[in-house]
Design a protein around this ligand. Structure first.
Ligand code: F0G
Length: 433
């Protein structure tokens, strides 16, 4: 095995042992990534990945660890904590496709994960590395999904989870998960970006292992979303992958996975990446699309009802920029109304997702309208979280009581309010006739 950590800053590229507890390069402050010198036998691995789907061992039943040769950073798989993450389906959604002006769309639904979001793909790797390093406590700041996932994997793996969340700014579904999975839960009166700065200092001071997406092993695990997608498509890449962007860890993971799959010959070419941000929390869109890659500026007070992506200072933006340039791609932003309506359409396709996930379809619709993505393109949209993550938002949308962060009412364009009736069979018959 020949894994090491490498500084992502191309001018530095300093390497460190894979077992060093580092989140940034001590020399230049750059982001870190795991790199490997192994040469892969691509044809043999394709066969082996397929064989493992029929195998009952926990490691092979995991839709992450099944692909472990693509991220060989562990020396002992006894450290793995698996809840059988990954294994998420590709779902056809013809109604959502016509909503976006497309012939066809397929969603890869990460909400089918054990804790209901894509974070499980990365967390299983982060938790394994924590155990390998002999850590006892793990921490993260989160808009809700990372904390739910970390709480579950830490508790399953005998680690103590400590989570920091922006008070009043995460959905109850996600907060409830963290409590149920036994996390020490601290609600801080600050926003995500402010708390991340705080937690980084605390982790160092108290010797707690940090499991935010600055942790390079989380990124390694999230690569499996793209790898599994290609395996499910018999290694035929789509034209585009569309996904929401918050802290920008996920697009960084997708880009790394695509580059590595092209380099090893798993796929012939890389799909392009379209990252969608919520308009009130769109620093990366502003930087990449509006200001032409000049002067990255954080958003001081990010706002959006899609609380999962309510992030103004995304740590992984240099990686995200690199990957979008390597794969080709665009960054788009969408309004609260566009997210809400797209979300209802995903629901009407019988699929459903949480608000942040719906940014994928809302952004795709915009990009098709602008002619950036052709109506006949082969597109996979990533639905990052389950419909059950934020029921309060859904009820308000359908009953016409949802308000944007600016207090402006969101129209229930596809509203489906429940009807209250007396216990009167004739009244019910009249209504349904
Ligand atoms: N979608 C959902 C449902 C999320 O929870 C997140 C991020 C994203 C999209 C954006 O992904 O940050 O990799 O660009 N949630 C984090 C959290 C920040 O704390 O749960 P990203």
């Amino acid at each position: 095995m020949s894994a090491s950590l490498s500084c992502f800053n191309q001018k530095c590229s300093r390497r460190f042992p894979i077992t060093e507890v580092l989140y940034n390069c001590p020399d230049c402050g750059g982001l870190l990534e795991a790199v490997y010198d192994d040469v892969l036998d691509t044809a043999a691995l394709k066969t082996e990945f397929r064989r493992r789907r029929m195998d009952n061992s926990p490691l092979n039943q995991s839709g992450v660890w099944r692909y472990r040769e693509m991220f060989p950073f562990l020396d002992d798989y006894a450290n793995v904590v698996t809840l059988r993450e990954g294994n998420t389906p590709l779902l056809d959604a013809p109604k959502a496709a016509s909503y976006a002006g497309m012939d066809k769309i397929v969603f890869k639904h990460q909400g089918f994960n054990p804790t209901g979001s894509f974070k499980d793909n990365g967390m299983t790797c982060g938790a394994a590395q924590a155990r390998r390093l002999g850590m006892t406590r793990v921490a993260c700041v989160s808009t809700g999904n990372t904390s739910a996932s970390m709480a579950a994997y830490a508790s399953a793996g005998g680690l103590q989870p400590i989570i920091f969340i922006p008070h009043g700014n995460i959905s109850y579904g996600k907060l409830a998960q963290a409590l149920e999975y036994g996390a020490r839960t601290l609600q801080i009166e600050a926003n995500f970006d402010q708390i991340l700065a705080l937690v980084r200092v605390l982790a160092e001071r108290l010797g707690i292992y940090l499991l935010n997406s600055v942790n390079p092993f989380r990124i390694e695990g999230q690569k499996s979303i793209a790898i599994e997608m290609m395996d499910q498509r018999d290694w035929a890449p789509p034209d585009w992958i569309v996904l929401p962007g918050g802290n920008l860890g996920n697009v960084s993971a997708f880009g790394k996975a695509l580059r590595e799959m092209v380099a090893a010959g798993f796929i012939a070419k890389s799909p392009k990446l379209a990252v969608i941000q919520a308009g009130g929390s769109a620093p990366f869109y502003d930087y990449m699309t509006v200001r032409g890659k000049h002067d990255f500026r954080a958003v001081g007070h990010p706002e959006t009802l899609a609380t999962a992506i309510k992030i103004g200072d995304p740590v992984s933006w240099p990686k995200a920029q690199f990957e979008i340039e390597a794969a080709g791609g665009v960054v788009e932003s969408v309004t609260e109304q566009e997210i809400a309506d797209a979300k209802a359409q995903i629901g009407l396709a019988g699929i459903g997702c949480e608000p942040a996930s719906a940014a994928s379809l809302a952004g795709l619709k915009k990009l098709v309208k602008a002619g950036v993505i052709g109506p006949d393109a082969d597109v996979v949209g990533i639905l990052t979280g389950s419909v059950l993550k934020d029921p309060d938002y859904i009820y308000r949308y359908h009953t016409g009581t949802l308000e944007g962060p600016d207090g402006v009412a969101i129209r229930p364009t596809y509203g489906n309010a429940p009807t209250v009736l007396p216990n009167d069979i004739d009244a019910i018959t009249r209504l349904l006739s």
